[in-house]
Ligand binder design. Structure first.
Ligand code: HEC
Ligand code: HEC
Ligand code: HEC
Ligand code: HEC
Ligand code: HEC
Ligand code: HEC
Ligand code: HEC
Ligand code: HEC
Ligand code: HEC
Length: 374
């Protein structure tokens, strides 16, 4: 009986669809079905109100407000749902990009029952700020408060030569232009006065904007300056000038760069650091990146990748005869007081631990542990 009603209403919709031929099939079908479902949901609530003794309809445990890529049936070719570019990319980007959610037709064939369920289908709230058959307002694509379902794949090692080549050809500027990108981040890099070391700056510039304090607060109440940190790529501007149509992973091959994470994670607000007090922007600290990041050019993956800066990158200035003696000084303070916390380079969460053997080595001493001290 209910089925028949649906069929009938569907038939009507299809007829009107041929008249309103300028509307796409999917859109008008959806609109009709939505109106039908709103009307029938309304009727249902009225019916239910009259027979208030009947049990509430059973609610499943599936949360249709949050889309998961890990769900088996969702593991299809990325571009079966994501279009690149999306039709409205100009609104959000300076180059053709995927800036919006997949359209309804990516979902309806499997989720007909969720799309037409009740007056306020929960599934709509995964993308729309307001659920209504007329309002198309949506959240920004990639909700910032959702944990990230993917991790980025970027082999630093494979990019060394290409990026060096880019530097030699002075194609850096043209790459910026190619990406159609004129945001301050890249404009700043293209500035002649700013040296571009190893072109690492194509992806890592000085961080800008305000730092969001970690939820647990700043350790020791030490608030680092924002320019202490280097930034990370946040969108496709850093990749698509090369990975467009011919160089794999090409722009439709989302999965070549985005790998499903074991479980969704919230990105760190402030990068995790061993030496939180180190400032990249201090004049004396500005040097070829690889003098400190000695292993990065061999890194084949980002998994487990750390900044990996050995203390020997600091000793030439911070622990040298006739110059500053910051490491020696703190080791000596520790000799006198085994509870001493080393806070010249570190905050106390690191500075109160045992110094690693390397710290003693650069001071020409045998490694010690706090418990061995008086
Ligand atoms: C069945 C449809 C579907 C398929 C297939 C699909 N996606 Fe998505 N994707 C979505 C939807 C819907 C969202 C929005 C979810 C949200 O923001 O909560 C999304 C969001 C994303 C995001 C941003 C959110 C985040 O967690 O970072 C990325 C990145 C992404 N998809 C990459 C991919 C990749 C890579 C593939 C292929 C391996 C893929 N998608 C396949 C539907 C799909
Ligand atoms: C090939 C069929 C298929 C397609 C296409 C599909 N889904 Fe699903 N979806 C499923 C199945 C199967 C489940 C598991 C729960 C169920 O049976 O409804 C599911 C579950 C969900 C859930 C619950 C949370 C989760 O991820 O497990 C949401 C939300 C969802 N889908 C949204 C969407 C959206 C939005 C689209 C379109 C962008 C979409 N789905 C496309 C088959 C599909
Ligand atoms: C996977 C994300 C997603 C889900 C889930 C979703 N929408 Fe949309 N919706 C979109 C996108 C993207 C557009 C823009 C389509 C376009 O302009 O090509 C859109 C457009 C619309 C429009 C404008 C008319 C049209 O069809 O273009 C309405 C109305 C709308 N959605 C309502 C809903 C309702 C109601 C639901 C739940 C039943 C829903 N949407 C579920 C992504 C979604
Ligand atoms: C084309 C872009 C690109 C270039 C060029 C590039 N990187 Fe990266 N780098 C990345 C991405 C992407 C990540 C991972 C970011 C993330 O985890 O969110 C990363 C991560 C890092 C990290 C790890 C930081 C941490 O603590 O997780 C360091 C250090 C780093 N890069 C240094 C460099 C240096 C030095 C160079 C130049 C030799 C360089 N990168 C060139 C894209 C790039
Ligand atoms: C004088 C040494 C030194 C130089 C030169 C240097 N770095 Fe760093 N870098 C560090 C240290 C120290 C850290 C923090 C490591 C830690 O404490 O875990 C770091 C961290 C990073 C991070 C992680 C984000 C952050 O700021 O914590 C990135 C990315 C990075 N450096 C990129 C670069 C790039 C790109 C260059 C060249 C433009 C560069 N670094 C030059 C010492 C250096
Ligand atoms: C200067 C041009 C250039 C830029 C910018 C660039 N790439 Fe690449 N990328 C290449 C080239 C060329 C290769 C192939 C290198 C090789 O195979 O030795 C490559 C290889 C890769 C691979 C490995 C593919 C495979 O089959 O193993 C991944 C993943 C990748 N790039 C991701 C990225 C990401 C993510 C970004 C942006 C953060 C990026 N690339 C930016 C030129 C670039
Ligand atoms: C060549 C590598 C590469 C390819 C191909 C690629 N991405 Fe990305 N994507 C990245 C990198 C790098 C970032 C920035 C790091 C991050 O935020 O995770 C990013 C960021 C994103 C974001 C967040 C951007 C924002 O403005 O918030 C979304 C959404 C996304 N990608 C979806 C996709 C989809 C969908 C596809 C396929 C149509 C795709 N990506 C293809 C490398 C790639
Ligand atoms: C000049 C700056 C500097 C000073 C002073 C300094 N350190 Fe470090 N420390 C570093 C650097 C750089 C690293 C990372 C490389 C390494 O592990 O050697 C590090 C690493 C560490 C680590 C390892 C953290 C980890 O997670 O791997 C501990 C613990 C530590 N230091 C404790 C101390 C203690 C205790 C002192 C005082 C005696 C001290 N440091 C003085 C720069 C410094
Ligand atoms: C080329 C010399 C040089 C190198 C290499 C160097 N520094 Fe410095 N650093 C300085 C100078 C000069 C100062 C300013 C000292 C002062 O006047 O108090 C300084 C200051 C600092 C400070 C105090 C905070 C600030 O910026 O005012 C920290 C912390 C620090 N350096 C950490 C490090 C670490 C960690 C390394 C190794 C990864 C390192 N530095 C490598 C020259 C250097």
């Amino acid at each position: 009986m209910k089925n028949e009603k649906w069929k009938m209403m569907n038939g009507k919709c299809l007829k009107s669809q041929t008249i309103e031929w300028q509307l796409s099939f999917a859109k008008s079908l959806l609109l009709c079905l939505l109106l039908v479902s709103f009307v029938s949901a309304f009727a249902q609530t009225r019916k239910q109100r009259r027979r208030s003794t009947s049990p509430p309809p059973s609610t499943g445990t599936v949360d249709y407000a949050r889309f998961l890529h890990s769900t088996k049936k969702h593991q299809q070719a990325c571009n079966s749902c994501h279009k690149i570019p999306t039709s409205n990319w100009q609104k959000a980007s300076t180059f053709p990009d995927t800036t919006d959610y997949p359209d309804h037709d990516a979902c309806v064939r499997c989720h007909r029952s969720q799309f037409f369920k009740g007056a306020r289908p929960v599934i709509c709230t995964g993308c729309h700020t307001k659920v209504s058959p007329r309002d198309d307002a949506r959240f920004p694509f990639r909700k910032s408060d959702n944990p990230r379902q993917f991790a980025i794949e970027f082999p630093h090692d494979k990019h060394q030569d290409v990026i060096a080549l880019l530097k030699r050809q002075d194609a850096f500027r043209s790459a910026v232009v190619l990406a159609g990108n004129s945001r301050p981040l890249l404009a700043h890099q293209a500035d002649d006065k700013n040296k571009i070391y190893n072109n690492c700056a194509l992806c890592h510039t000085s961080r800008m904007g305000a730092l969001v304090p970690p939820s647990a607060g700043w350790i020791d109440n030490f608030v680092p300056t924002v320019a202490s940190f280097k930034s990370f790529p946040v969108d496709h501007a850093a990749c698509f000038n090369c990975h467009w149509k011919s160089q794999q992973p090409v722009n439709t091959n989302c999965g070549g760069c985005h790998k499903l994470a074991e479980k969704p994670v919230m990105p760190d607000e402030v990068p995790k650091r061993i030496s939180l007090k180190f400032r990249h922007d201090r004049e004396q600290h500005v040097a070829e990146c690889t003098t400190c990041h000695i292993n990065i050019t061999r890194a084949a993956t980002l998994r487990g990748l750390k900044a990996d800066v050995p203390i020997t990158a600091c000793t030439e200035c911070h622990n040298k005869d006739g110059l500053r003696q910051d490491v020696n000084r703190e080791l000596e303070a520790l000799d006198k007081n085994r509870d001493f916390s080393c806070v010249y380079c570190h905050t106390s969460n690191v500075g109160r631990l045992d110094p690693p053997p390397g710290h003693y080595l650069i001071a020409g001493r045998e490694p010690l542990k706090r418990k061995d001290l008086k």
